[in-house]
Design a protein around this ligand. Structure first.
Ligand SMILES: [Zn+2]
Length: 55
C-alpha cells in the first residue's frame, strides 16, 4: 500500500499531497472541532513540512 495521500479544502481550490506516515495522529473533542466538522470529534494528523506538496 502506498504512503502517498491526497486531500484538499472543501471548495476544491487547494489540493495537496503528503508522502509518508504522520508524525502525530490524534483525535480532538474540543467544541471548535465539533462545530467545524459537525461531528463529535476530529481526526488530526501532522506531517513534516518537507512531506507536504501543494499541487
Ligand atoms: Zn479541537
Amino acid at each position: 500500500m502506498s504512503d502517498d495521500h491526497f486531500g484538499g479544502c472543501t471548495c476544491g481550490a487547494v489540493r495537496y499531497r503528503v508522502i509518508g506516515k504522520p508524525q502525530v495522529a490524534t483525535v480532538c473533542h474540543c467544541r471548535f472541532c465539533q462545530k467545524r466538522l459537525a461531528s463529535a470529534f476530529a481526526v488530526l494528523a501532522a506531517f513534516p513540512e518537507e512531506s507536504v506538496e501543494v499541487i
